[in-house]
Each structure stands twice: as C-alpha cells, then as structure tokens.
Design a binder for this molecule. Structure first.
Ligand SMILES: O=C(O)CC1=CCC(=O)O1
Length: 261
C-alpha cells in the first residue's frame, strides 16, 4: 500500500494506492474521505485500487472556497495522470459520482467503465446548497451532522457502527472544504453531458437512502444507453460501509462483464 499526493499549486490532493492489476479509482461522498472505500478495496486484491481524498477533505489540502465541479474533476484527473491510470473503472459515490460523470465526459480515454453509486446528475436546486455552505462556515460541522446522518442511514440505522464512524468523519471534516464542495454541487447540472456518455456503466442505489433515493439514481444512470442498475436492499447512502463485501461483489460482477479482471 502506498500513500502519496499530487501538488495542485497551493494545495495537495492525497491518495492511497494498493494491489496490482486493472485500475479501479474511487471517489467518496461529501464530508467523508477515501477511507470509506477501505473495506471494499480489501475485497479487490487483484486490482490496483486508487482511493482519492477530495479537495477540502481527508488529508488533502483545503484551499478557500467556493470550489467548482470542474476544479474537483481536474484534481482527480491530475492524480490519475500522475499515476498513469489507463483503462480504469471509476467508482464514484454521491458527489464522487458527479466527479465520475464529469471525468468520463472529459477523459473518456482514461476510462473503461463507470460506476455511479448513490448519486445524481443534479442534486436539487442551488439555494439549499448555498445555505448549507453558509451554515457550516458560521456554525461548523455540528450544524449539519444530525440532518445528514438521518438522510444517509434513516432513523433505524443511524446509531449503528457504520453511522457512528461516518458521524465522526463528518465532524472532523474542515467546514471550509465542506462548504466549498457544497458550492460546487450547487452549480452542477450534468443531465445534458451525462446523456452523451457512451461507456459501460453500473448504477448502484440503496433502498434506505434518503439523500439519493433509488429513483433518482436510476433516472441518472438511464441517461446512459445500456447502463445496468442494481438496488442494494437494507443499505442507505453509503452501501460501501453498510455492506462492503456485497458492494465489492457487485463491482466484481460488473468488472467481469466488461473484461476488467
Ligand atoms: O450530504 C448529502 O445531503 C448528500 C450528498 C450529496 C452529495 C454528497 O456527496 O452527499
């Protein structure tokens, strides 16, 4: 396993890389970090897994916001170029799935397949994202933790081990990094560019996900002709934490269908 970083002129983007074999690149959700993928990557020992900390998150640098989605995509592209990523499957969850859609539009040469997990082409209207950014800048991450956990896990599961871990990470997130990414989400509508994508795609949703409900994920992946859709029963917004081995099995099934093994 190797941890490294790529200088982006004023801040660095950190990644962790493990294994050997076809490339799989992972992008995480808002307020969390690359470690949401650790258990899934453990189940993929015959692939080179690259887990990236988004700008403002985890061990990556925290430039002042607002950020743009184009900037988050360029950070990811820079890491992939530095590691000579080729023919990869990109697995993006939530805002990580937006980054995946944008990267596929920009750098189809880099990708062999796309996994759009618990994500959307557009996350609602800009106003609530701008308000959320202002709230965390003023009051810190505590101001959004309960509301977020409730949507991610639902009332029944919000005290379980996965939710407890996610809460800790969320509270540790830098408010400026979180707010900057909220502003990037506010300005993003990928319906049109994603409709133009032509590459093997798998959509994954959780039937208990209150942030990106199954119908929203399905609507997004159906923009891409031939995309598959899988529903994980009993999972919320973060199935990679709720059920990592089932999640890795879905990925592996997709890899097999596209010869990425
Ligand atoms: O935090 C949320 O409400 C859900 C979400 C949207 C983008 C993301 O990464 O998480």
């Amino acid at each position: 396993m190797k941890t490294g970083s790529v200088d982006r002129g004023g801040y660095a983007i950190t990644y962790e890389m493990a294994g050997d074999g076809p490339d799989v690149v992972f992008a995480h959700a808002l307020g969390l970090d690359r470690q949401i993928w650790d258990d899934v990557a453990y189940h993929l020992p015959d692939h080179r897994t690259i887990r990236i900390d988004m700008r403002g998150h985890g061990r990556s640098g925290v430039p002042d916001g607002p950020y743009s989605m184009g900037g988050l995509i360029a950070d990811t592209e820079a890491v992939c170029d530095a590691l000579d990523v080729r023919d990869a499957v990109f697995v993006g969850l939530s805002v990580g799935g937006m980054i995946g859609q944008g990267l596929a539009v920009k750098r189809l040469d880099m990708l062999r397949g796309l996994v759009l997990s618990n994500t959307a082409a557009k996350f609602g209207q800009p106003g609530p994202w701008q308000e959320r950014a202002a709230l965390v800048r003023k009051q810190g991450m505590k101001a959004v933790a309960d509301m977020t956990l409730e949507k991610w896990f639902g009332p029944k599961d919000r005290d379980g081990a996965a939710a407890t871990w996610a809460r800790e990470r969320l509270l540790q997130c830098d408010p400026e990094g979180y707010a900057g990414c909220c502003e990037a989400i506010a300005g993003t509508d990928f319906y049109s560019p994603t409709s133009g994508l032509r590459l093997p795609t798998l959509g994954i949703a959780g039937d208990r996900d209150g942030s990106t409900p199954p119908d929203l994920v399905r609507e997004t992946v159906e923009l891409i002709p031939g995309a598959e859709f899988k529903l994980m029963r009993g999972s919320g917004h973060l199935p990679c934490l709720d059920a990592p081995s089932d999640y890795a099995r879905l990925l592996y099934g997709f890899f097999r269908t596209i010869g990425h093994v």
